[in-house]
Design a protein around this ligand. Structure first.
Ligand code: NDP
Length: 257
């Protein structure tokens, strides 16, 4: 796997915490000699810290570039690739991981602002990032090459009461991923989706608007996955031989029904 990833440029959205942060570490640990990592999220200072921590752990064979980027802002995405230093522009892998859930509300109580931020981040943001990076992939002389790895959710397959909007956004990710994979079968672009079950991250803290006790209650009495568990799967699928597409992966903690 280290050999297959050698020299690649990998963009990860939502790399400031949770699954995205762990995925950045996992790529760096797996191929510590010549990887280029572009880490993006809104919290610039946290991202810079993640970048520093990676270099501290694996050494400076891996080049890490933190880039402040709000995926819900189409303007920022439009300028994203052109704004990278030239040595980071030849992107090989995009991990579309940035995402969030805001609130738990049954249909009559859904707040418009929450609905808009979830769609703008989880759906429109992911699609806009895909378009931006796909332009790099498809410009390659060999008919297009690169990997798009989308982080969906079990919520996209099994909607639950109170989660209508979040579940709908993840179902949209699923449809988009599958449609794109089919559009690109003639190219060497791989389009993959990984759907986690319960993973303990800041996700629930965000969901409950920062209320840590409510967030902790989500994981009471059960053992969720760690972000590293998902990161290992991301690196596994990216590290397959080019003709192998691990197209659709559901990753659960053992107890989750
Ligand atoms: P975290 O809250 O720890 O991480 C979410 C990341 O997304 C953060 O780095 C955050 O960074 C970033 N982000 C949020 N909004 C934006 C935005 N507008 N622009 C750019 N970055 C943004 O949660 P997870 O690691 O758990 O979540 C990662 C993905 O995994 C999400 O897509 C989530 O839906 C999915 N998932 C999570 C599950 C879980 O149980 N935790 C289960 C199934 C799927 P910042 O705030 O700095 O912008």
């Amino acid at each position: 796997v280290a050999k297959r990833l050698e020299g690649k440029t990998i963009v990860i959205t939502g790399a400031s915490s949770g699954i995205g942060r762990s995925t950045a570490f996992e790529f760096a640990r797996t191929s510590p000699k010549s990887l280029k990592l572009v880490l993006t999220a809104r919290r610039a200072e946290t991202l810079r810290q993640v970048a520093d921590d990676i270099v501290k752990e694996v050494g400076d064979g891996v080049k890490v570039l933190p880039v402040k980027l709000d995926v819900s802002n189409p303007e920022e995405i439009r300028g994203f690739v052109a704004g990278l230093p030239e040595e980071f522009r030849d992107i090989d892998v995009l991990v579309n991981n940035a995402g969030l859930v805001k609130g738990v509300a049954r249909a009559p109580e859904i707040a418009e602002a929450d609905m808009n931020v979830m769609f703008a981040t989880n759906v429109t943001g992911l699609i806009n990032m895909t378009q931006a990076v796909l332009a790099v992939f498809l410009k390659r002389p060999d008919g297009g090459r690169g990997d798009i790895i989308n982080v969906g959710s079990i919520a996209g397959r099994e909607p639950y009461p109170g989660g209508g909007i979040y579940c709908a956004t993840k179902a949209a990710v699923r449809s988009f991923t599958e449609s794109l994979r089919k559009e690109l079968v003639a190219s060497r672009v791989r389009v993959l989706e990984i759907d986690p079950g319960q993973v303990e991250t800041e996700f629930s803290v965000v969901r409950f608007y920062g209320d840590k006790s409510k967030a902790d209650a989500v994981y009471a009495g059960c053992e969720p996955l760690t972000p590293d568990d998902i990161a290992e799967v991301v690196v596994f699928v990216a590290g397959r031989r080019e003709n192998v597409v691990v197209a659709d992966t559901l990753v659960f903690p053992n107890h989750q029904a």
